[in-house]
Design a binder for this molecule. Structure first.
Ligand SMILES: [Zn+2]
Length: 154
């Protein structure tokens, strides 16, 4: 399971990191598939139409491009273009707010949510560890406290 990414696949992976979100998604799908998990993609019935849904496990994997979703933990997500920076900033802030909403809506619906960032794909081994850990988590029941995370964004 650990070695399912061959050398060529790994460099393919590296090349794709620069691509669009759909490519990132594709890599994560491949990884999960290689680990033997079945999933659905772009489930239209769920908040935010999550990229990858594992209904039987009640788990959702969201795949984010670092720039577009403003990853706060990496340079690509925090560095703004020098031209039209106000425009980009507003756009990305909007995406972040939406991501937050989607996450909390999914969790309220009892889904476990994992976010995978584009920059995580640079370390395939680690990506597999993260995915493996997430999938191994037995307790899929999310606390459904009322009124804790509501209202902040609306
Ligand atoms: Zn990142």
């Amino acid at each position: 399971m650990v070695d399912f990414l061959s050398k060529s696949k790994r460099s393919e992976l590296m090349g794709r990191v620069r691509g669009r979100n759909t490519s990132i998604e594709h890599i994560v799908r491949k990884a999960l598939h290689g680990m033997g998990f079945r999933f659905r993609t772009h489930a239209s019935g769920l908040p935010g139409h999550p990229d990858i849904v594992l209904p039987r496990h009640r788990k959702v994997v969201l795949v984010h491009g670092c720039f577009w979703h403003g990853h706060s933990a990496c340079p690509k997500g925090t560095r703004m273009p020098t031209t039209r920076s106000a425009f980009w900033k507003a756009k990305i802030e909007g995406n972040k707010v939406r991501d937050l909403q989607v996450r909390s809506e999914l969790r309220r619906g009892g889904w476990s949510v994992l976010e995978i960032w584009e920059c995580q794909l640079r370390r395939p081994q680690r990506l597999l560890t993260v995915l493996g850990r997430f999938m191994a988590k037995g307790n899929v029941h999310v606390e459904r406290k009322r009124g804790t995370s509501h209202g902040k964004l609306r």
